[in-house]
Design a protein. Structure first.
Length: 440
């Protein structure tokens, strides 16, 4: 189903954009003008401040940064870890030109809290001075890291607003104020979907809608290897679950409607429901327990396609609350790339981006009925759904998203004044694009 709200923001987020010679004053990575990104020169440095850890659920930050690495020297700075003794900086090599930096401090305050700033600034100043580093671009996933930008000597700043963090449980009280400061300072602002784009488009002159995307090859069932260890482990975990099997993978937190999950399990005791993912910020003991409801815990990203292959319907039982108002779930495309029918609660971005490919149901009775309909669908309905799913998957790829981000970061870096991040944003607006929009 499609939303009636096909407004300009959603349309802009969906459309493709290609660099054009008739767009005056705008340059792109494909231009022939010499730039600091030429292959003969060392790549520029992209310093990323993230509230999500690299080794956590593999999602937007990991997909984008692993694909930007090489064209950029990527330094991915995580939130600090509490450790006794003097503060120190852990450095992990993830891939060529991709490092993860993990500060360890004796400060108990969580995240990029103000109480952490002095220790973090000292660690970053020392590391960047010792290695003669500076950030050509500082990329922030959380506004709470804004005070640390000066420690990495950034030439310009990018903000990837992938979630409405202020609506999440235990959000820092300073977050909204600090985001306002970040929006004044950033050269470019990315948003994770059309809802966030609509919420930010009037707050900054250069907001770019870059929706969630997918590594379709990773989830393609035709490419799964039956003799792989992940196939064996997925089979071990799910072999005893009777069909039909319905499943979810992702972070299990306040965004999940656990009462709805329980209602689905109760409606059909003959269904097996697999819930895959880490439990965060909620008490695991509060999760509903049923004989046909199976909490499988966090699984490696490499194993997800094999677990998904064993399901008959993929679920997105999100709650309707402040924390889900702006979400654009990455799993939607991953489910579809795996060829599985999807049932979702009425999440705005899911409806606007994939409404012709996903069954949307509001309330337990409707959700159960949608699952029943997909399990019983006829050949013609199945073929139509698969065509719609394939079209959505083809539209959004992480490779194209990274190309888009690279081109716009390159432009922002070229437009940055030598004085660095204190310079005002360029007056020429950056284009609104969809993932896959910029191509050579």
């Amino acid at each position: 189903m499609r939303s009636d709200a096909r407004d300009a923001g959603i349309a802009d987020c969906r459309k493709s954009f290609k660099p054009s010679a008739d767009r005056p004053g705008t340059t792109f990575a494909s231009d022939t003008t010499p730039s600091p990104l030429d292959s003969a020169m060392p790549p520029p440095t992209l310093v990323v401040f993230s509230h999500l850890r690299w080794s956590f659920v593999y999602q937007r930050p990991q997909h984008l940064m692993s694909r930007l690495a090489g064209r950029w020297q990527v330094l991915f700075i995580e939130e600090p870890v509490h450790s006794d003794g003097p503060a120190w900086l852990e450095v992990r090599d993830i891939a060529p030109r991709l490092q993860v930096l993990v500060p360890h401090t004796p400060v108990a305050a969580p995240g990029f809290h103000d109480d952490q700033l002095a220790a973090l600034q000292t660690l970053l100043d020392a590391h960047f001075t010792a290695h003669q580093l500076h950030a050509d671009v500082a990329w922030l996933y959380t506004p709470m890291a804004l005070p640390l930008v000066q420690s990495v000597h950034a030439s310009c700043v990018a903000y990837d607003c992938m979630d409405e963090l202020s609506a999440f449980k235990d959000a820092p009280r300073q977050l909204r104020q600090r985001e306002s400061a970040l929006l004044r300072r950033a050269a470019v602002v990315f948003t994770g979907g059309p809802s966030l784009y609509e919420a930010r488009r009037h707050l900054h002159p250069q907001v770019v809608c870059l929706p969630s995307a997918v590594d379709a090859t990773h989830f393609d069932p035709a490419r799964l290897q039956g003799d792989s260890p992940h196939a064996a482990e997925a089979e071990r975990q799910q072999a005893g679950l009777p069909r039909p099997r319905l499943g979810f993978f992702g972070v299990i937190d306040e965004r999940l409607d656990t009462a709805l999950v329980a209602a689905v399990a109760d409606a059909h005791p003959d269904w097996s429901i697999a819930m895959v993912g880490p439990v965060v910020k909620i008490d695991p003991a509060a999760l509903p327990q049923r004989a046909n409801l199976h909490w499988l815990g966090m699984q490696p990203y490499e194993r997800l396609p094999y677990l998904l292959a064993g399901w008959d319907v993929a679920l997105m039982p999100f709650a309707r609350n402040a924390s889900t108002r702006f979400i654009s779930p990455t799993k939607t495309l991953e489910y579809m790339a795996g060829g599985k029918p999807v049932v979702s609660t009425p999440i705005t971005d899911v409806i606007s981006l994939y409404g012709d490919a996903v069954a949307v149901a509001d309330g337990p009775q409707a959700f159960v009925a949608a699952c029943e309909a997909l399990l019983d669908e006829g050949a013609a309905e199945r073929d139509a759904r698969r065509m719609a799913m394939a079209a959505s998957v083809a539209r959004y790829s992480w490779a194209d998203s990274a190309d888009t981000a690279h081109a716009l970061l390159s432009q922002a870096l070229r437009l940055a004044q030598p004085a660095g991040i204190s310079a005002a944003p360029a007056t020429e607006p950056l284009p609104v694009v969809a993932a896959g929009g910029l191509r050579n």
